[in-house]
Design a protein around this ligand. Sequence first.
Ligand code: ATP
Ligand code: MG
Length: 396
Amino acid sequence: MEKLIMIKYGELTTKKENINLFITTLKQNISQKLKEENVLIHFDKGRMFIRVLNHNFASILNKLKEVFGIHEIVICYELKTLNLEEIKNELLSLIKEKDFHTFKVETKRSNKKIPKTSTEISSEVGGFILKNKEKVKVDVHHPELIIHLELRNTESYIYFESIEGLGGYPVSTLGKGILMLSGGIDSPVAGYMAIKRGVKLEALYFESPPHTSIEAKNKVIELAKVLSKYNNEIKLHVIHFTEIQEAIYKNIPHEYLITIMRRMMYRIAEIIASKSNAKILVNGESIGQVASQTLTSMKAINEVVKIPVIRPLACFDKLEIIEIAKKINTYETSILPFEDCCTIFVPKHPVINPDSKICEEYEKLIPYKDLIYNAIKGHEVIKIKEEKQQNFEDIL
Ligand code: ATP
Ligand code: MG
């Protein structure tokens, strides 16, 4: 009997035509995540199995909890037999030391050649346990212990508990996106949600030194590092935005500063996306949050690009966003008090309902095409990898 890890795919199994792509990508992502462990992975359309050659179950489980596309993670025992007598005896040895009073048996039989039905197997195994273990009874509604049996092609599996996976789709299966990543609370959360839908992200940060500090940039690198856990690694594009921002500040009426600045960000983001072969932009905008996120503002800003802009947080309240930021460990970094380029050039009275025609007129006042060209030409790319995890003592 070998102890190993079984992965259940969940939502993936509904993707009939693409199932091979989804599962092979999941396998690659898991292999990448576990590259420092000693494991063997094999899979079919129903399950993936991880043989843990270094017995480092705790560390591996922690890593698997950060992989999208996994519905459930199960520590199970594999028996190289479908013979019920052998299964019953092995099961008995497994539950000998377990302390429980009520139980039920749940059987899944993917091998339909087995003559008995799942229900018949469950009741036969249940009866065997009642006979062989003292002071236990069956409770089908609220059992203390659920004994799961899975009978597959030539092997059977026994397990008792499962750990919830992150769900979602394996990263990369839906292609690539560019995340506009500021140091704020919203954009890392938006990024997390896009990765969850299978989008592989590259991040894009606009910095304006000396108006923004190196600490502000480090904060974005820190946030990208957290996202890289889920994204395998993350490429961070850093755009030097100072010249553009100063040109806007000097030449354009201040109530339109933010609108025009954001139009420039969108234009640059679209070019970076096309160079990186990304299909969408992702950002942390949320309807109504600030003047630049009224519907009229969003329209006036969005108009300058053709690429789809996905806003995972469009309909979320700030408190809901904060809750997720805390859960994914970006909140504490996001609230560090370093100024971002947007917060420095904030006008006293930003326009709430900007007019696109006026934006176009104002934009004629600056040589923005040249400025954008220069900013992209000189942009920096940082490859951010997840930090090596410490190996936890094996507690299982
Ligand atoms: P966040 O929305 O991340 O909390 P914020 O509230 O400071 O930061 P907003 O002014 O609300 O940012 O901007 C809306 C969105 O525009 C951000 O969520 C982010 O996707 C993008 N954005 C803003 N500033 C930058 C920047 N300096 N670099 C990259 N993207 C940015
Ligand atoms: Mg915001």
